[in-house]
Design a binder for this molecule. Structure first.
Ligand code: NCD
Ligand code: ZN
Length: 343
C-alpha cells in the first residue's frame, strides 16, 4: 500500500503548555488532528472551570488563521476541587474529562491527590454525570521501583477507586505495561486506555543502553521489551478500548539536557508518520483508523471526524527540531527512517 486515507485523527492526551511554547507547538498538532484532550498541568494548574475557559480561549487565539482545531478541556483534580464547579463546567460543554495526577508523579503534579478520601465527592459526582476521569496511573511511594509504579497503581489505587465508584468512567492514560493491557481488557466499556506513539517504539534499553538519551525520558518511563510488544499488540488490535493519546510533551532542549532533566517526548509533528510505519510493520494498516480516529470518539461519546487525512509513502516532511521563543525543542526520533508522511 502506498497511500492510506483515514478519518481525521484526534489526540486523546496532549500537552500544549502556554504562551510562546504553545504558539510554537499548537500548529503541529492542528495540522493533523481535529481535536485533542488538553492536559491541565500548567503552572499553576487548571483547576476550576473559569481557568479552563480562559485557557481554551488562549489556545484558540494562538491557532494560526485558517486552521481548524477543537481543544477538549480538562480540569486538574485536587483535594480542594469543588464537585459543583466540575459539574457546571461539564454541563456547559466546556470540559470533557477530569485529570487525576497522584501528587508528585510527574511534571507539575505537586497539586495532585495524596489522600483519595478527599476527592470522593467529586468522583461520585463524575460517575453520576458520566464525566470521564483521566488517570496518570503511577504510585509515587519512594520504596516502589519506578519500573513497577504502574502495575502497583492498578492494584492499590485504580481498582479500589473503580470498585468504590460504580459507574465511574476511567481512561488509563499512556499505559506502558502488559499488566495495564491485561487489566484494561478484563474490564467493561466504562474503561478506556490510551497508548502513546513513543511507547510503541522504545523500550528502556533505548533510554539507557549505550549512553543516556534524555530525549527518550518520559513518564511513565518506557519498560522492558515484552511490555512494548504488549502495547503494540493492543494498539494494532483495533480493540475499541485502546486509542491514541500521544502525550506529546514539549520541553526545551535546555530543560531536557540537565542533570535533572524534564520528562516528556515531543511527538506531535511525526506521530502519524510513525504510527503508519508501526501499523504497517505489524500488518495492521487497516486498523490504524480504529486506533487514531474511531475508538477515542467512541469512548468519549463524540462523533468521528467527518473529514480525512491521507498518508502516503514519501519522504518525511516534518522537522527534527522546532524553534520556540524559549529555545529549540527536539522532535521525537523513532530511531528508524520514516517512510510515510501526511500530505
Ligand atoms: C508530561 C509533561 O511534561 O507534562 N511528561 C511526560 O513525561 N509524559 C507529564 C505527564 O503526562 O506525565
Ligand atoms: Zn501527559
Amino acid at each position: 500500500m502506498t497511500s492510506l486515507t483515514i478519518a481525521r485523527p484526534d489526540d486523546w492526551h496532549l500537552h500544549l503548555r502556554d504562551g510562546a511554547m504553545m504558539r510554537a507547538v499548537l500548529p503541529h498538532t492542528a495540522q493533523h488532528f481535529a481535536r485533542a484532550i488538553i492536559m491541565p498541568n500548567l503552572v499553576p494548574p487548571v483547576v476550576r472551570g473559569d481557568q479552563a475557559r480562559a485557557y481554551r480561549d488562549r489556545i484558540l487565539a494562538a491557532l494560526p488563521g485558517g486552521m481548524a482545531f477543537e481543544p477538549l478541556m480538562t480540569l486538574y483534580l485536587t483535594e480542594d476541587t469543588d464537585p459543583e464547579d466540575v459539574a457546571a463546567a461539564h454541563a456547559s460543554g466546556l470540559i470533557k474529562a477530569v485529570k487525576l495526577y497522584p501528587a508528585g508523579a510527574t511534571t507539575n503534579s505537586a497539586s495532585g491527590v495524596a489522600n483519595f478520601d478527599n476527592v470522593r465527592a467529586t468522583l461520585d459526582r463524575m460517575a453520576e454525570i458520566g464525566l470521564p476521569l483521566c488517570v496518570h496511573g503511577e504510585v509515587t511511594d519512594a520504596d516502589i521501583d519506578i519500573f513497577d509504579r504502574e502495575a502497583v497503581f492498578i492494584d492499590r489505587v485504580l481498582d479500589p477507586i473503580r470498585r468504590a465508584t460504580p459507574g465511574l468512567r476511567v481512561v488509563m492514560e499512556h499505559i506502558t505495561t502488559s499488566n495495564a493491557v491485561e487489566y484494561a481488557r478484563a474490564q467493561d466499556d466504562s474503561l478506556g486506555a490510551t497508548i502513546t506513539t513513543h511507547h510503541l517504539v522504545i523500550n528502556r534499553n533505548h533510554i539507557l543502553a549505550g549512553g543516556i538519551k534524555p530525549h527518550y525520558y518520559c513518564l511513565p518511563v518506557a519498560k522492558r521489551e515484552e511490555h512494548r510488544l504488549a502495547l503494540r499488540a493492543a494498539a494494532t488490535s483495533g480493540e475499541v478500548r485502546f486509542f491514541l493519546g500521544t502525550d506529546s510533551a514539549p520541553h526545551t532542549d535546555a530543560n531536557k539536557l540537565l542533570p535533572c532533566g524534564c520528562a516528556g517526548c515531543f511527538t506531535a509533528p511525526n506521530t502519524m508518520a510513525i504510527l503508519a510505519q508501526v501499523f504497517e510493520q505489524d500488518a495492521a494498516l487497516d486498523r490504524l483508523e480504529a486506533f487514531a480516529s474511531r475508538n477515542g470518539p467512541a469512548f468519549y461519546r463524540l462523533p468521528v471526524n467527518s473529514d480525512t487525512i491521507t498518508l502516503t509513502k514519501s519522504a518525511p516532511n516534518y522537522p527534527v527540531q522546532i524553534d520556540t521563543e524559549d529555545g529549540p525543542v527536539t522532535v521525537f526520533d523513532p530511531g528508524f527512517d520514516l517512510e510515510w508522511s501526511v500530505c
